[in-house]
Design a protein around this ligand. Structure first.
Ligand code: 5AD
Ligand code: FES
Length: 347
C-alpha cells in the first residue's frame, strides 16, 4: 500500500508517471489502494463538475460495417447480425424524443458504412444543427480522411469519439485484421483535435492479450493526446466473433482505470459505460463513484436496439428512451448525484 499510495499522490500532483510506475501501480493494486484512489478521484470530479452527471443521447444509426475487428459483434464477417440503417427522418425523430427528455447532446454512432456517403452524412449533421441550435453534435463512426472530418465539422458537428482501443501496435494487430493499425487510428485522433473537435478516445479493459504494460501505454498515449473525453469499458465477449471463448474484462480493473484517468486529467469527461453496466447491475453507479461523470443512454428506436449488439447481453435493448432516462435519474439520485439538462462541455 505504501508505495502505491505514493504513486497515486505523485500522479495527482504531476499528472505523469513513468511506464514502470504505471505498471507497478496497476499490477500491485489492492482494495485499499482502490479506495484511496476513488476518494481522490471523486474529489476532483466534484471540484470541476459537482455532483452533476452529464448525459448524451446515443443514436446507433447503422450497424453495417466494413471492418472486421475480432472482438466486435457487428464485424463484417458476422453473417448472423441483422443489418439496419436509420433514415434521416428516423434520426431526427430520435433527436426530437431526446430533446424533449432533456438531452442536449446527440451522439451519432455507427459502423463504417459506405452507404452513408460524405454528402449524406453532411446533410444529416446539417439538419440536426439547424433544428437543435443549442445542442452539441457528436459523431462516432470510425476512421475517415482529415478532409471528411473537416467538412463534417463545418457542417455543424462539435465532437468526435474514436477509441484508440489499445495504444500498443502489436496488441492492436492482435485485435484487428492487418488493414487496420494503431498508427492510423492515432493519426485520425490527432487530425480530429487539429480540426477543432472536442475529441474522445478510449480503450477496452481486459481485451484478449492485454497486460499492465499495455494499459500503461494507453495512459501515456492519453496523457500525450489530452483528449476531452475518454470512454473505457470492459471487454465483453460476443458469441459470433473469433473472441467468443475469450475471458471478459473485470469490473474491478475497469473502475481502477477510471480512477486513474480522473486523477491524471482531472477535468476529463469520463463516461460510466454501458459495457460496465452490462457486466455488473450496479456497474454505472460504481463507475461514477470511481470518478466518472457522464452516462450515455440509448435513443435508438427500440425496433433496432437489439441489433446493435457489439457484445453479448447488452443492457437496455428493450427499454424506451424515456425509461432509460428515468432509470438513470433514479440510479444517480440513489448515490447522491443528479442527471442534468446540459450540453455537458468540458470545464
Ligand atoms: N466488448 C466491449 N466493448 C466493445 N466494443 C466493441 N466490441 C466490444 C466488445 N466485444 C467497443 C469498442 C468500440 C466501442 C464502440 O465499443 O471499444 O470502440
Ligand atoms: Fe436503460 Fe436503466 S438505463 S433501463
Amino acid at each position: 500500500m505504501g508505495h502505491s499510495k505514493q504513486l497515486i499522490d505523485k500522479l495527482e500532483k504531476t499528472s505523469k508517471l513513468t511506464e514502470e510506475e504505471w505498471i507497478s501501480l496497476i499490477e500491485n493494486r489492492s482494495q485499499d489502494t482502490a479506495e484511496y484512489l476513488f476518494e481522490r478521484a471523486r474529489k476532483w470530479q466534484q471540484t470541476y463538475y459537482g455532483k452533476r452527471i452529464y448525459t448524451r443521447g446515443l443514436i446507433e444509426f447503422t450497424n453495417y460495417c466494413r471492418n472486421d475487428c475480432y472482438y466486435c459483434g457487428i464485424r463484417r464477417s458476422n453473417r448472423n447480425a441483422q443489418r439496419y440503417r436509420l433514415t434521416e427522418e428516423q434520426i431526427l425523430e430520435c433527436c426530437q424524443i431526446g430533446y424533449e427528455l432533456g438531452f442536449r447532446t446527440f451522439v451519432l454512432q455507427g459502423g463504417e458504412d459506405a452507404w452513408f456517403t460524405q454528402e449524406r452524412l453532411e446533410e444529416i449533421v446539417h439538419a440536426i444543427r439547424v433544428n437543435y441550435e443549442d445542442c452539441a453534435i457528436t459523431l462516432s463512426f470510425g476512421e475517415r480522411s482529415k478532409e471528411s472530418y473537416r467538412r463534417l465539422f463545418e457542417a455543424g458537428a462539435n465532437r468526435y469519439l474514436l477509441r484508440h482501443e489499445t495504444a500498443d501496435e502489436a496488441h492492436y494487430a492482435s485485435l484487428h485484421p492487418a488493414q487496420l493499425s494503431a498508427a492510423h487510428r492515432k493519426q485520425c485522433l490527432w487530425n480530429l483535435k487539429e480540426i477543432g473537435y472536442q475529441t474522445g478516445t478510449g480503450f477496452m479493459v481486459g481485451s484478449p492479450g492485454q497486460t499492465a504494460a499495455h494499459l500503461a501505454r494507453d495512459m501515456m498515449f492519453i496523457r500525450e493526446l489530452e483528449p476531452h473525453m475518454v470512454g473505457i469499458g470492459p471487454f465483453v465477449p460476443h458469441h459470433d466473433t473469433p473472441f467468443a471463448k475469450e475471458m471478459g474484462g473485470s469490473v474491478e480493473l475497469t473502475l481502477f482505470m477510471i480512477g486513474l484517468l480522473r486523477l491524471m486529467l482531472p477535468k476529463l469527461l469520463l463516461p460510466a459505460t454501458t459495457a460496465l453496466g452490462t457486466i455488473d447491475p450496479q456497474g454505472r453507479e460504481k463507475g461514477i463513484l470511481a470518478g466518472a461523470n457522464v452516462v450515455m443512454p440509448n435513443l435508438s428506436p427500440t425496433s433496432v436496439r437489439k441489433k446493435y449488439e457489439l457484445y453479448d447481453n447488452k443492457i437496455c435493448t428493450g427499454d424506451e428512451a424515456a425509461e432509460c432516462r428515468a432509470c438513470l435519474n433514479r440510479r444517480m439520485e440513489n448515490i447522491g448525484y443528479e442527471l442534468v439538462i446540459d450540453r455537458g462541455d468540458v470545464k
